[in-house]
Design a protein around this ligand. Structure first.
Ligand code: CA
Ligand code: CA
Ligand code: CA
Length: 473
């Protein structure tokens, strides 16, 4: 098999998997894209490529577990590392520091996209910036762990000093794709600095978009991405920003960055800004957050169900919950008598004192030993039917999910809704900061009061909780 056909096959498989995964979310993505006001500002000829790139990134994040079967506990949500030498393949050296956002060529081969520009070479190669929290864990010693509260790192201004994305940290964009346009002379770093003329020369062997020596001019962002109103798209910095302000430091950086999206800027001296861009904000990433929650919910459900199958075979006795305590950081220890709370990491007798092997044998790990679990355990709640505790309680109480009597229920809290905050142990100990409506069994405590045993799958607006029971999710 030739390299090209292998690559085409890989791309086809990636797109197919993404398509399958997208089926449940495609309507949402389509409506999201068609409602996007930012698209109106794009030139028609380039809109297709930029939008294709954004869709490919969303598909990559959605299908990450399926396309990375060899990566331990790969959850949905990860985006590729940028490509620093223009061969179209992500360079995991750009992901080696998990805490830093980074920028480079869009890794079109990794994304399964067609080679940009056809035979015309690198003229149409796109650039790409990815937020620290969403970078692929490939090649990273301590990979980021994603959950529905993970924030993007990018603020975007419109060229007139107005913030159009990311006014608050929770609203920052997750990734940005740039169409850099032809070379031009950009403003200097300060008003007094001379203009800089972009230069895309290769001093080493060419790749499709760049050259093999990553330091060559052809591989450097400053020779593609422009400066406007004190903001540099090449490194996400902003003149005058300091401390923890967005744009205080150039990429790669652990702090937030700023980019500028404006129409082409032209003076009597010529064009001074010609970048075009699309971005993935939280709203566009919503299908991925949804799949992330469902993926985690399914794994937790399968593990709790497996425990019940093994613990007193035929009787299905599940663990007690770990209690919520608003006076201390969460602890995850099974508490006899607690039928509602968090999933206990530490189990006590009676019953099995350790979790079984993950029924998803591809992980090769025990349940809840996954590397991503510590970032999720605070957000997941669990209720057990009185007749399925160990020892079993009275027969009178019915635990219900959507009106169906259930042996156990797992609830994923999802992102904070208006009025919820999960900072500090006092807030982490209060159920109303996680679950909504009738999923709050007793405000501020881990108890289920009599007659309050009905839980529901969230409607996505006033209740965004994802729910499973012993039958499934
Ligand atoms: Ca590369
Ligand atoms: Ca440019
Ligand atoms: Ca919730």
């Amino acid at each position: 098999m030739t390299i090209t056909s292998r690559r085409n096959q890989k791309g086809a498989v990636l797109l197919l998997v993404a398509l399958v995964v997208l089926i449940g979310s495609s309507a949402l993505i389509l409506s999201t894209l068609s409602n996007d006001g930012s698209l109106a500002s794009l030139a028609r000829g380039n809109a297709h490529t930029l939008n294709e790139a954004r869709d490919a990134l969303l598909g990559y994040a959605l299908s990450y577990p399926e396309t990375h079967p060899g990566t331990a506990n790969a959850s949905p949500g990860f985006l590729p590392c940028p490509d620093i030498d223009g061969d179209g393949l992500e360079d995991i050296t750009q992901c080696d520091n998990a805490n830093q956002s980074s920028i480079g060529f869009l890794p079109w081969r990794t994304l399964g996209l067609a080679r940009p520009g056809g035979s015309s070479g690198q003229a149409d190669c796109l650039w790409y910036a990815v937020s620290a929290g969403f970078k692929s864990p490939a090649g990273t010693a301590s990979p980021p762990v994603l959950n529905a509260s993970t924030e993007g790192s990018f603020q975007i201004e419109n060229g007139s000093g107005e913030i159009i994305v990311g006014a608050s940290a929770a609203d920052r964009a997750i990734a940005v794709v740039f169409d850099p346009g032809p070379v031009l002379s950009i403003d200097g770093a300060t008003p007094a600095a001379p203009k800089y003329t972009q230069n895309r020369l290769a001093a080493s062997t060419r790749t499709h978009c760049g050259s093999v020596n990553s330091g060559d001019m052809i591989n450097r962002a400053i020779n593609y991405l422009d400066r406007l109103n004190g903001i540099s798209n090449a490194d996400g910095s902003k003149q005058g920003a300091s401390g923890n302000d967005p744009g205080a430091n150039p990429l790669p950086d652990s702090g937030p960055s700023v980019f500028v999206s404006a129409s082409k800027q032209e003076t009597f001296e010529g064009v001074s800004y010609n970048d075009r861009m699309v971005w993935i904000d939280r709203r566009k990433f919503d299908p991925v957050f949804k799949r992330m929650n469902q993926w985690v919910a399914s794994k937790v459900q399968a593990c709790v169900a497996r425990y019940g199958e093994l613990n007193i075979v035929g009787s299905k006795r599940y663990p007690w919950a770990a209690e919520l305590d608003a006076s201390a950081d969460p602890v995850y220890v099974e508490q006899t008598g607690q039928r509602f709370g968090r999933i206990p990491a530490a189990l006590n007798a009676p019953g099995a004192t350790s979790w079984p092997l993950d029924p998803d044998t591809s992980t090769g790990q025990d349940c809840f030993a996954w590397f991503w679990w510590p970032a999720w355990q605070e957000h997941i709640f669990y209720a057990v039917h009185e007749q399925h505790t160990d020892p079993a309680g009275a027969a009178s109480t019915a635990l219900e999910l959507n009106g169906t009597v259930s042996e156990f229920i797992v609830l994923i809290a999802n992102s904070e809704l208006s009025g919820q905050t999960r900072v500090g142990y006092a807030n982490k100990g209060r159920i109303e900061n996680y679950l909504e409506g009738q999923n709050q069994p007793a405000t501020g405590s881990a108890h289920i009061p009599p007659g309050d045993e009905s839980f529901v799958t969230g409607n996505g607006t006033s209740i965004n909780d994802v729910a499973c029971n012993n039958v499934g999710c």
